[in-house]
Design a protein around this ligand. Structure first.
Ligand code: NAX
Ligand code: ADP
Ligand code: K
Length: 579
């Protein structure tokens, strides 16, 4: 399913009207009917009403307003809806919807935010048709015009759509505030008025809808927070603009959920296996994760990689920490790395080779704590030569580095060597991202030619990578991810609700699975392990990342449903169990 910007939507509208020849009035007529259908569905649900109407819509038939039974008629006769209409085509959609609602047996008023004489084009034409149809139109163009909100059962928000610029001006803002304050259910036409269609940022006055009918395509703001929350339940209504047009115009952003994953990703999300395969078919991944105080991060990442379907999973960790891995799943192999007393990133190749000898007893697990930054004798990851790790990865199908790794003196230089010498596909997460963020010259780090690299920051890590506040990132997550992926030639997974996966070629996947129960320590480690598993099974990096995000969210949703305590009681390990 494509997700468009306002500008892309305008281009697709124009191509449909001018090149394909579907008149703007026809598109608006279809839009109005789809919005009316959604109102009828909401009215039926609220009135405990007619299931037939709801199921007619969910069947995908577009006849909802034309087949009302007597029962529906009587339910709807009690309903009186207010359509708030703006000056542009979004308002035109509102007039068309009002007419369809009246025809379906509801009482309807339109409140117009501008003097009727200011309407133009197809919106003016729809207003004129609605007037001849007998739809009452109230003038709400003067700020403070009182509307008798208590008369209505619900509101259609057709004030502002993709043509809005900046915060809603008066009287739009006052109408939005009053509509929200009325407590009535609001169905938004295309987007909630007051939401930025491209980023999902909301202005001080923004409609809080229970549902939004996205016309033709999802808009970016509908699949990013806070816009997604203000939009309520979103449905996409086909209004005549062909999907092939979006494909032809190379719209880069797609939405991934249970209905759309296969088409959006071009992959069977169930990953059915050919019969004649063996463990070698499914890759051998290396997980470099965990430290003395965060050994669980390694267990979670490696556990997720196993459930992700890898043929083999090896867990790389400093040899002195091996005893801490005693409770690992039996399927998980260990790859202990010898520690060297020399600052590891200064090692010559010969010293690195010598460092594969067994660890010395003075390297204790405790020395891997953050205190080891100041410790005289480095141990733990600080004492693992980066080239030894990169060398081990050379014979693996993919490597994950970062979860629970800890921090130590000169770790940024350490990571740089891993980054520059690791030839297999690489996933970089958590502490490894924080090390990269402290590099003053990260853009100059040279990955081996052609190596796919995936970065999986949460917004806090993204903020450190970019050196800008988290709030600024959250205001335009899609734009931020696109720019970063292109600039650094990496796949960038910006985590959080509606995770954004941006590819260096400009393609973007927005994830529709997952729930707030997943905001729990270790959930990100699970994601990173799942992604490296898919990467190691040979999926292209962008698809591995986006599919991993989708499957991780879906597993989190199943896990949340199974928990007697609901989403709040979810643990990261529950997600692995549902993979
Ligand atoms: N052919 C088309 O272009 C179609 C457009 N459709 C609808 O048209 C919408 C886009 O229509 P428009 O481009 O006319 O734009 P809008 O209807 O979103 O609004 C633009 C109008 O609102 C005013 N405005 C802009 N920013 C404002 C602000 N901050 N405060 C107050 N007033 C503001 C401007 O005067 C402008 O006339 C879509 O969202 C969709 O609902 C649908 O009818 C389908 C077909
Ligand atoms: N509200 C939410 N809705 C959907 N997914 C979420 C939500 N909160 C967190 N997640 C997901 O859970 C994971 C948390 O990762 P992260 O913040 O790195 O946690 P940790 O570092 O503790 O492992 C991410 O994949 C994120 O997208
Ligand atoms: K709207």
């Amino acid at each position: 399913m494509f997700v468009v910007t306002s500008e892309e939507m305008r281009r697709l509208d124009r191509l449909t009207i001018e090149d394909i020849g579907i008149p703007a009035m026809v598109l608006m007529e279809n839009a109005g009917r789809a919005i009316a259908q959604e109102v009828l569905r909401v009215a039926a649900v609220r009135g405990g009403g007619d299931g037939g109407l709801v199921s007619a819509e969910s069947d995908g038939r577009s006849q909802g307003v034309e087949h009302s039974s007597n029962a529906v008629d009587s339910a709807h006769r009690r309903e009186c809806w207010l359509v708030l209409a703006g000056k542009g085509n979004n308002g035109g959609d509102g007039f068309a919807a009002a007419r369809h609602l009246m025809e379906a047996g509801l009482a309807v008023d339109v409140a117009l935010a501008v003097p009727a004489a200011e309407l133009e084009g197809v919106a003016a034409a729809q207003a004129a048709i609605a007037a001849r149809f007998g739809v009452p139109c109230l003038d709400a163009s003067a700020s403070g015009v009182p509307l008798r909100w208590e008369r209505y059962s619900g509101i259609v928000d057709a004030l502002l759509g993709t043509g809005a610029a900046g915060p809603p001006r008066e009287p739009y803002a006052a109408l939005i505030r009053a509509a929200n304050a009325s407590g009535l259910p609001i169905v938004a036409a295309d987007i909630p008025s007051g939401m930025d269609a491209d980023t999902g940022a909301v202005h001080a006055a923004c409609i809080r809808a229970i549902s939004t009918v996205a016309l033709a395509f999802l808009k970016r703001g509908l699949v990013q927070h806070p816009g997604a929350e203000y939009a309520g339940q979103v449905t996409v209504a086909p209004i005549g603009i062909p999907t092939s047009l979006a494909r032809g115009e190379n719209v880069p952003v797609r939405y991934v959920n249970a209905q759309t994953a296969a088409a959006a990703l071009g992959i069977d999300p169930h990953r059915s296996r050919a019969a004649d395969t063996h463990k070698g078919t499914y890759g051998h991944v290396l997980v470099a994760a965990g430290s003395a105080s965060m050994i669980g991060a390694g267990l979670l990442s490696a556990g997720a990689a196993l459930r992700g379907g890898s043929g083999l999973v090896s867990w790389a960790l400093p040899a002195s920490l091996s005893p801490l891995a005693v409770n690992r799943p039996p399927e998980l192999m260990l790859a202990p790395l010898a520690e060297s007393p020399l600052p590891s990133h200064h090692l010559t190749p010969d010293q690195a080779a010598a460092a594969t000898s067994p660890p010395r007893s003075r390297f204790t697990a405790a020395a891997d704590s953050p205190d080891s930054r100041s410790s005289a004798v480095p141990a733990g990851w600080a004492a693992v030569p980066p080239q030894a790790l990169a060398g081990l990865a050379a014979s693996r199908s993919a490597m994950l580095i970062g979860p629970g790794l800890g921090r130590w003196a000169c770790d940024t230089a350490w990571l740089r060597r891993v980054w520059e010498e690791t030839r297999c596909p690489l996933v970089v997460d958590a502490d490894a991202l924080n090390m990269a963020a402290e590099a003053t010259d990260f853009s100059a780090w040279k990955a081996p030619e052609g190596r796919p690299t995936i970065l999986t920051p949460h917004p806090g890590e993204m903020s450190r990578l970019l050196g800008i506040p988290t709030a600024q990132i959250q205001q335009d997550r899609i734009g931020t991810a696109i720019r970063y992926a292109k600039e650094h030639g990496v796949v960038l997974v910006l985590k959080g609700a509606c995770t954004v996966t941006a590819l260096p070629d400009g393609r973007v996947y927005i994830n529709g699975t997952g729930n707030p129960g997943m905001a729990t320590g270790g959930a990100g480690d699970v994601l990173a392990g799942l992604i490296v598993s898919l990467l190691g099974q040979g999926l292209p990096a962008g698809e591995a990342a986006a599919l991993g995000v989708y499957l991780h969210g879906a597993a989190g949703d199943r896990a949340a449903q199974l928990r007697p305590g609901g989403p709040a009681s979810l643990l990261a390990g529950d997600i692995i169990a549902q993979l």
